[in-house]
Design a protein around this ligand. Structure first.
Ligand code: ASP
Length: 429
């Protein structure tokens, strides 16, 4: 019997999860049953993915860098990666601004709905504001200071420290290039084998992905707020979704024009990672699968993928920056404010930086939105307006975030001659 491609079975798991969630919300004790007996399997699945993120970054980046053999290649690749990441992020914010200024979703929200939303989600919004305040209080160079860990073992104990681990792995890899090859061999072989093991673990975890996403979505449905709120925010959601869709098309165009790769094949290759990003709302949790798909199915050399993707998961969030632009202007519109051109230029700047600073976990984009609102002089209480609908939109923007990373990894690979036209598992699902 022919095996069903992975993306189809994950999709089936998602659809069944939503259906079961909807059915169980009809009974009084249904949501509780799902929370007690189904949700834990979703949590286990996400935990398993997060579990291998740190060892994966460490092993694959050390191996990747040490394979480069000379440091100029690393700086060439690093420069291109950061450059392209910034360009795509700015493009995303601009798409967001154009959409929200054209559709003007904020003007369709009535005074009454606005009041209701602000009251209902005031305390949730205050929580996000408090987290953002902490980030704001730090000095301007704090982000740079945070990249260099003072203790590598401590750094690896928290998945939020991804950039610190990336820093250590790069540094270690550079050391490995600089010592005599015969001395480096043992260490390289070790990380090589270690990396293989981790990749095998990803394969194993992906075997249960359809069940994992089933559990995640069923739990999400029973826990989501009422449909009425969603309806009130429909125009905002639609504006954002159109923007995200256009961003997706932009990536396909980049892949087509700069990499000369068939966009359909690109989508087929990356689909399982996209579905996982949608189900987990976390680029960090999706990272192991994004790496595996890009290397094994899209032909990006490990040297490139192991550098571009972990960095991208933490700093390149085009979906998030697009969302911040749309949400900020939407809130301003809902409060009857007219934003000047200069203020909107400021949004391009802050949304780019805020998306770089956002962690790759669910809801992080919303925390950083507070900073964008603050800079533009938009009432931060407006966060309460969009709270109800944030999770489903977070799921969508996370898909765009990882798709952006994947397409940039192909562009960088192509530009340094590290794209293999025959990916290892082209024909598999
Ligand atoms: N959940 C997003 C991510 O992990 C970040 C965000 O909240 O926008 O990519």
């Amino acid at each position: 019997m022919k095996k069903i491609p992975l993306h189809w079975s994950i999709m089936l798991g998602m659809v069944l999860g939503v259906l079961v969630g909807v059915i169980f919300t009809q009974f009084e004790s249904g949501p509780q049953l799902i929370s007690n007996w189904v949700k834990p399997f979703g949590t286990i699945f996400i935990n398993a993915l997060k579990l291998i993120a740190m060892p994966l970054i460490l092993a694959s980046l050390i191996k990747g860098v040490s394979d480069l053999k000379d440091i100029s290649k690393l700086s060439l690749m690093g420069g291109r990666t950061i450059g392209i990441y910034i360009i795509t992020t700015v493009a995303a914010v601009m798409i967001g601004l154009i959409m929200v200024n054209t559709i003007k979703p904020g003007t369709s929200i009535s005074e009454k709905t606005r009041q209701e939303l602000v009251v209902a989600y005031q305390s949730d919004a205050a929580e996000k504001q408090a987290v953002a305040q902490k980030q704001k209080d730090a000095g301007p160079l704090q982000a740079l200071v945070d990249i260099v860990p003072s203790n590598i073992f401590k750094a690896t104990t928290d998945n939020g420290n991804m950039l610190q681990v990336i820093f250590f792995a790069l540094f270690f890899g550079i050391g490995l290039i600089l010592i005599p090859a015969e001395k480096a061999k043992a260490v390289k072989d070790f990380f090589d084998a270690f990396n293989e093991v981790i990749l095998k673990l990803i394969d194993l975890i992906m075997l249960v992905a359809p069940y994992g996403v089933f559990a995640l979505l069923a739990a999400l449905v029973v826990e989501s707020p009422s449909l009425d709120l969603f309806r009130a925010l429909g125009m905002y959601a639609l504006t954002l979704l159109i923007g995200l869709f256009l961003m997706g098309l932009f990536y396909l165009l980049l892949v087509r024009v700069f990499v000369k790769f068939n966009p359909k094949k690109f989508l087929e290759g990356i689909a399982p990672a996209q579905l996982l990003a949608f189900s987990t709302s976390s680029s960090a949790a999706t990272l192991p699968v994004t790496m595996e798909r890009v290397e094994e199915h899209l032909g990006v050399d490990e040297e490139v993928a192991s550098f571009v993707l972990p960095v991208g998961a933490t700093i390149n969030m085009d979906g998030t920056s697009l969302y911040q632009a749309v949400a900020a202007v939407f809130i301003a519109q809902a409060f009857g404010m007219d934003l000047s051109f200069v203020t909107q230029l400021g949004i391009i700047m802050t949304a780019t930086l805020a998306s770089i600073g956002a962690a790759a976990v669910p809801g992080a984009g919303m925390v950083m939105l507070v900073i964008v609102l603050g800079q533009a002089g938009i009432p931060e209480a407006g966060l309460a307006l969009i709270f109800a609908i944030d999770r489903p939109l977070d799921m969508c923007r996370t898909v765009v975030n990882i798709t952006g990373d994947a397409s940039v990894s192909m562009m960088v690979a192509k530009s340094v001659g590290k794209l293999h036209l025959r990916p290892k598992k082209e024909k598999m699902g």
